[in-house]
Design a protein around this ligand. Structure first.
Ligand code: AMP
Length: 288
């Protein structure tokens, strides 16, 4: 596996692959790899001839007071893991190379980013869509794989590609979970034993809502109350949002159907903000 740090070198590498007719699958990440990231890389490898993984802790998607400086990092380990799953290139740009002095252009998606995490984290999605646009222009992938763990991000990136004619097919990868249901996340590294227990409140309450829907419940308020009660029963949990919304518009719904997703953001121990989501009924079609 090659390590490339220079954006121009990255683009030159990708052009070479396209000249010989190879397709490129791309997995953008912020590193500190877990099985979720590795699943995305494996899927990219199954679908494309070459796989590029980017590792860039993007400062512009962190708000003031968020965890940019403490975000977990382990470059050696990440390098080993990406190599093992068969990535061809690990692209690791410096911040200065991504944001040279004098930059004045950003990319932002309007309506979809006003909901869910967008409401809690102003500027976050503009940071994401700007960096993903730049990475797409640098890496020139044919496909890019994103995790359903960040459901809103996936929908926003798809919208951006459609609106701005990025010639990149976006592929969704299901949420990868620990054996007990906790959605894998680099931020799980912040959890001590008791917080780790409380973190289960997210997946457990999604499972509870799914069970109630399977038993016939369709009322959002009733389901929200049950979810809230379960999360509150764990110690040190603070709910940022509980949202039942349509998979495409991200607009809140009052009635559950196959297009309804439940998403949660919960702070554990007052500081570690975790997210999780799930369809409440078997989705009608794969979003891919
Ligand atoms: P991050 O490094 O957290 O920015 O994530 C990089 C990519 O991995 C994003 O597309 C995430 O949605 C995806 N991802 C992170 N955690 C998981 C998970 N548990 N399951 C599936 N995809 C994930």
């Amino acid at each position: 596996m090659e390590i490339i740090r220079d954006p121009a070198e990255m683009t030159a590498w990708s052009k070479k692959q396209h000249v010989v007719g190879d397709t490129i699958g791309f997995v953008p990440t912020m590193g500190f790899f877990h099985e979720g990231h590795l699943g995305l890389m494996r899927l990219a490898g199954q679908r494309s001839d070459r796989v590029v993984v980017s590792l860039f802790v993007n400062p512009t998607q962190f708000g003031p007071g968020e965890d940019l400086s403490s975000y977990p990092r382990d470059f050696e380990r990440d390098q080993e893991l990406a190599d093992k799953v068969g990535a061809d290139v690990l692209f690791v740009p410096e911040t200065e190379a991504m944001y040279p002095k004098g930059a004045q252009t950003t990319v932002s998606v309007r309506g979809l980013t006003e909901h869910l995490c967008g409401a809690d984290r102003p500027g976050h999605f503009a940071g994401v869509t700007t960096v993903v646009s730049k990475l797409f222009n640098i890496v020139c992938p044919d496909e890019a794989v994103f995790g359903q763990k960040d459901f809103q991000q996936l929908v926003v990136i798809r919208r951006m590609c459609t609106d701005l004619n990025f010639p990149v097919h976006i592929v969704a990868h299901p949420i990868v979970r620990e054996d007990d249901g906790l959605a894998m996340s680099s931020r799980n590294a912040y959890l001590d034993a008791s917080m780790r227990e409380s973190a289960l409140s997210l997946s457990k309450s999604i499972a509870l809502a799914q069970k109630k829907v399977a038993a016939g419940e369709r009322d959002v308020d009733t389901l929200a109350a049950a979810v809230r009660m379960l999360i509150d029963s764990y110690s040190g949990t603070t709910i940022d949002y509980i949202s039942f919304f349509n998979q495409s518009t991200l607009e809140p719904v009052s009635h559950i159907d196959e297009t309804t997703v439940l998403a949660l953001a919960v702070k554990i121990g007052g500081k570690v903000r975790l997210i999780d989501n799930g369809y409440l009924m078997e989705p009608l079609q794969n979003q891919d």
